[in-house]
Design a protein around this ligand. Sequence first.
Ligand code: NDP
Ligand code: 2IT
Length: 443
Amino acid sequence: MSYVSEVLQNLIEKNLGENLFHQAATEVLESIAPVVEATPAYEKAGILERLTEPDRAILFRVPWVDDQGVVRVNKGYRVQFNNAIGPYKGGLRLHPSVNLGVIKFLGFEQIFKNSLTGLPIGGGKGGSDFDPKGKSDREVMAFCQSFMTELYKYIGADVDVPAGDIGVGAREIGFLYGQYKRITGLYEGVLTGKGLTYGGSLARTQATGYGLVYLMNEMLATKGETFKGKTVVVSGAGNVAIYAAEKATTLGGKVVAMCDSTGWIYDAEGVDLKAIKQIKEVERKRLREYKNYRPNAEYHEDGVIWDVPCDIALPCATQNELHADHAATLIKNGVFAVGEGANMPSTPDAIHAFQSAGVLFAPAKAANAGGVATSALEMSQNSQRLSWTFEEVDAKLHGIMVGIFNQMAAAAAKYGHEGDYVVGANIAGFVKVADAMLAQGVV
Ligand code: NDP
Ligand code: 2IT
């Protein structure tokens, strides 16, 4: 059995039930097999065994009191996966579906994504099964303060720097930051995605969505195409989806459909992003409210958003939201390019279908790296005690996304998989981390 297969088999046997972690690790390890085979030093140094076992996983209880005075208890997680190239860096997810397998898949992906940015950040992820939906601001604050009261022991500006993900935005980061500062007395860049009045970076809110579109633009250019005049479908209606839709629209695309976890909207004239922001960012309501702003739009709870014909599909909601049958429908309807704003939104079968049909496919760890890259720029600004203009940060983000596209395209071509950006992104992300691990000895 090959080294890669042996490590994978062991990983699946020893991490029972962590199916999403198995899925993420299988894709990476299978993609990097050619490099691993060509570099015996990796096997000799146990690079794959070490890379697939987190440095540590911290599990803790998060007790808090709800508005009725009832004590509630959630599970808290922080998985510090790999710090070969920099402090652990990655978001916190608050969603009822969170468990150790979810956080491990996200933390593992983060290692390679962060490497692709070219910035000095290692991989980590955390979160809780707490559901912020329907909770009052006071309840969210109580939860965040309790979560940080345990987490603060393990993080720091040069150790581990959490940020947002599903269910964690500026409100939650504010409460977490306040509690960290109160306990430690330190005013440091320990979290990113902070508010602009206390150390946040301009353009961090927009960064993941904008970055996705910048990378897609590079990929489209290889076929002489742009966003201009293209019909675009974006799943999700959260941070990533909204700013992907905004930049796609700025570049001349028409976003006709978006969704949340309850239903999806179709607006033939192009979605009204001001209305979406008001509903989702300000009022924290359901997308069904959209019809109050645009009576001619459609709102559906049946069927799926992927039934809407489009040129460009941007899955920006959650993992495994786009299956093989959805891919088949998109292909039948003539989709030209797919870019993953969410983490691992397409199932392996769906990716295979797109690639076999010649659809341009940008994998998550490259396509959504603009968020964490801009988080690293926030860390730089915090260290310098300076803040850069929106234009400076956005220009750096753009340059980083072009760099990521070039790296993954070059790595794919070098190993005989021209145009296979999944293989390209995995190899390019892996090599830098593996070489840093080699240089640092068996640790
Ligand atoms: P948000 O919480 O802001 O938004 C998530 C959106 O996806 C919401 O509209 C939510 O619906 C919807 N959603 C969640 N689960 C489902 C589901 N099962 N079916 C349909 N819709 C669903 O999160 P983000 O936008 O930050 O994150 C979205 C994705 O992007 C995640 O995969 C995240 O890991 C990834 N990502 C995020 C980055 C960031 O900087 N924030 C960076 C890189 C990747 P509802 O409104 O009903 O909850
Ligand atoms: O998945 C991701 O890259 C994020 N949620 C952003 C992480 C970060 O540290 O900004």
